[in-house]
Design a protein around this ligand. Structure first.
Ligand SMILES: O=c1[nH]c(=O)c2ncn([C@@H]3O[C@H](COP(=O)(O)OP(=O)(O)OP(=O)(O)O)[C@@H](O)[C@H]3O)c2[nH]1
Ligand SMILES: [Mg+2]
Length: 183
């Protein structure tokens, strides 16, 4: 059965399709579920997936992805507020904030929430890296300033990014659970 990926972010869809190719088709649905205010990506994603599954109707499962960039020297900022900060401060100025710090380590986290008639399951993935001056044309969001092993995520192909990224890791855990679930 197709999985309805509820998101306005085409980059997330590209990565999920690349990872789940041969497992299940992924359909993008642009439904604006409530992103509750919380420190927990898991709570935000699980709440969104449940709401979307109930509001959208039909029995096809839904998937929601809530992600954030946690900068060590900034106490984890912007974290769950990463989309708001991308829109207001912007990626370039967030880099300039980090540039002033000696410690430029950051972690990207994503929580995937899957909801169907049996309930809601969540899957987390994270990756630690270093913030750098923007490089690369691929990816989306903060990818140009997030370096992993000498390469920014915007310099990677979708498959290369999936092999190391927070989302790729969450998708791997999800795919393993999905293959073993009772239908
Ligand atoms: O460098 C990045 N590499 C990634 O892999 C990645 N994944 C998400 N993001 C950014 O982090 C915020 C998440 O917010 P978010 O989870 O609410 O997503 P969104 O608002 O873009 O879409 P959605 O809520 O409709 O799914 C947004 O600013 C995204 O651009 C990423 N940046
Ligand atoms: Mg969002």
């Amino acid at each position: 059965m197709a999985i309805r990926f509820v998101t306005g972010n085409a980059g997330k869809v590209r990565e999920a399709r690349d990872y789940l190719a041969g497992i299940e088709p992924v359909e993008q649905i642009e439904y604006d579920y409530t992103e509750i205010q919380s420190d927990s990506l898991e709570e935000i994603a699980a709440h969104g997936a449940r709401e979307a599954f109930e509001e959208l109707g039909s029995d096809e499962p839904v998937l929601v992805d809530d992600a954030g960039l946690f900068v060590d020297a900034l106490g984890g900022f912007p974290g769950p507020y990463s989309a708001y900060v991308e829109d207001t401060v912007g990626v370039e100025r967030l880099w300039r904030l980090a540039e002033a710090e000696e410690n430029r380590r950051a972690t990207f986290r994503t929580v995937l929430a899957y909801a169907d008639e049996n309930g809601t399951e969540t899957f987390e993935g994270s990756v630690a890296g270093t913030l750098v001056a923007p490089r690369g044309e691929g990816g989306f969001g903060y990818d140009p300033i997030f370096e992993y092993n000498g390469t920014t995520m915007a310099e990677m192909s979708t498959a290369e990014k999936n092999a190391i990224s927070h989302r790729g890791r969450a998708l791997a855990t999800f795919a393993e659970w999905y293959a073993g679930r009772d239908e």
